[in-house]
Ligand binder design. Sequence first.
Ligand code: T5A
Length: 210
Amino acid sequence: MRKFITLEGIEGVGKTSNLRFIKELLESSGHTCVVTREPGGTNLGEALRALLLSHSDENMSADAELLMMFAARAEHLNKVILPALADNQTVLCDRFTEATYAYQGGGRQLDVDKITELEEWVQGDLRPDLTIILDAPVEVGRARAGRRSEPDRIEKEHDDFFQRVRKAYIELANHYPHRICLVDASVELTAVQLQIREKLQEYNILDHVI
Ligand code: T5A
């Protein structure tokens, strides 16, 4: 019954708001869930997250950013994700490698082959069973995120950066439709959740209609 499910999207589209909803749906369908996030999910990963998102007068190179994302991921896989899957638990993760393709590949315009090489090195054959990308126009996500807190280092990027991130996410969904889907996150929360439920059924994550 164990599944590996990831939630993605640009800033402020509603990943955090929908994680609890997905967890409850999965648990009511018999899954035991581990909810986690990237970058983060371990002591080392959370320390790397703080470095990645905090402000500094010194710029971080795009390569250093990419490698730190995968360093955090290697630790996360070894300490949290793989043990949970081996224990027949479902892992629900707020962002994973598709975020690297979107942010470091699309946003930072790094060579995608470098990301693929790291993905194969760190993950081997492991890919999420389902990635749900919450999609909304950049201005919608930024307006929602902006209402909440001070922007972090990545949130401070300009709109054209996030337009490239969004485009990369849409391309991923078009390229891997068997394991990545888009949900329109620009509508009200209950309408987003209805779509998420339908996707979980369509991709055979939920065993029966609840
Ligand atoms: N990153 C990460 C990389 O660059 N490469 C990588 O490989 C990885 C793994 C992580 C950052 O790291 C980058 C990407 C990120 O920049 P994060 O905390 O995971 O940061 O990501 P954020 O996008 O910053 O998370 P946020 O918490 O900002 O956004 P969420 O979770 O998508 O949005 P949420 O749920 O907090 O909602 C924002 C606001 O909108 C409201 C909510 O109530 C909330 O106030 N809202 C809605 N309002 C109206 N209608 C709806 N449908 C709504 N849904 C939510």
